[in-house]
Design a protein around this ligand. Sequence first.
Ligand code: NAP
Length: 490
Amino acid sequence: MQEYKLFIDGEWTNSSIKDTFDDIDPATLETIATIQVAGRDDIDRAVESALKGFKVWSETPPPKRADVIYKAADILTKRKEELARLMTKEMGKVLDETRGDVQEAIDIAIYAAGEGRRMFGETTTSELRDKFCMTILRPIGVIGMITPWNFPMAIPAWKIMPALVAGNSIVIKPATDTPLLTIKLVEILMEAGLPPGVINILFGPGQIVGQSIVHHPDIKAISFTGSLETGKWIMSECGKSMKRVSLELGGKNPLIVMDDADLELALEGVLWGAFGTTGQRCTATSRVILHKDIKDEFTNMLVEMTEKLKLGNGLLPETDVGPVINKSQLDMIKGYIDIGKDEGAKLLTGGNVADIDLPGYFFESTIFTDVKPDMRIAQEEIFGPVLSLITVSDIDEAIEVANNTRYGLSSAIYTENITDAFKAIKKIDSGITYVNAPTIGAEVHLPFGGVKGTGNGFREAGLEAIREFTEVKAVYIDYSGRLQKAQIDQ
Ligand code: NAP
């Protein structure tokens, strides 16, 4: 069994404490690796190393930083299949999806590397004569990154690649359930020529190691993806020390099916949106808002197809849906089934721990109907294969229901009516709206993130990712040779 150490100052190094945890395959419950837990001293060592790394890397011209990232993209591309298989073993989702996860890392690497030769500021006019004005982007310093388990490579890569091209150094703590793909990503970046110290990895419980990263005075910004509860805590702690923080949190994503929708297309979208990644995506479709005129027909179609989804080991080609990540997640999903029944929703299919030939954490793909918008199963993020169907009478009611949530990440509408489509685009409070496509499927050159309880105004991916990891400086160059006073000289 391989034991992984911490990665500090360009080397795999033993933790200062003798504590480890097991990395478990959620389908077979086999232990696939052992991981060392970081102690207090290791956190300080990692930050010291990142401060040294920052000095070197921030002085490296952005196109040269980009060369390293392009090379990493090449290595990732060559190793895509092997990494996808490892991810399926560690996290459980099916191979097609883990290939997609690695591809997202490749895409963001190529996109971010492209910024190495752009990194544009602005030039503009001055109100005074013989004066030139511009903005430049500067790196922030050491960035602390804390990531969840559902996109074990894509999410770390979405943070790491733009932060690196912008000249920052990094201390990252991946989720305890999925450390291996961050390890692989860092190995690949080092092979591609990243100098020692620029990236450092710590492992261990969020409550200890994550909190220490948040509190470390030399970490200048935190980039966090995870739950609303943890995000709120991090934001309040960062507020105390005026630390910059970007948050990508949960979702309770609605998908509207109008009476004129192509129902076959919507059906495929709902199945993929709700049960892909076993419902464990921040953008998962968790509420389907059905127009009353197609409710019965669509519900029958959906239940029939949902019951055909095959649960199993994500490594097998016949598997449609893999396990959920761990026992506590399985128990939480079970708990929500009871909550839904108690609230008066009607269970149409699923609702049980799946009885299949594997010891892992499998839960049946589940659909509730007659769900009222205020029920807990329609309000709280379940993060599992549980879908709520809500019936409405028209587009205005559909949008009202869609917006009746504390989250605002993704949303979708299936309709052939351009007016309804544009109403949804304009009025749904979310960071992303899809028309005639499900709530999942973000591409790396567009901004990703949400409103309300989903985040704090930052976006990842796209050009916004560069903004997340840079500070902007305004520069005024006066070549008049005399004192000129803005707002005073006329
Ligand atoms: P989580 O419990 O908040 O954990 C996320 C990360 O934070 C993990 O690395 C965790 O460490 C760490 N952590 C936990 N408590 C912490 C604390 N007090 N201080 C610092 N770090 C702490 O979330 P999760 O259950 O792993 O992930 C699922 C959530 O992520 C869902 O809400 C989902 O919607 C959200 N998500 C959002 C996006 C997005 O882009 N909007 C994308 C994916 C997932 P441990 O692993 O050791 O607990």
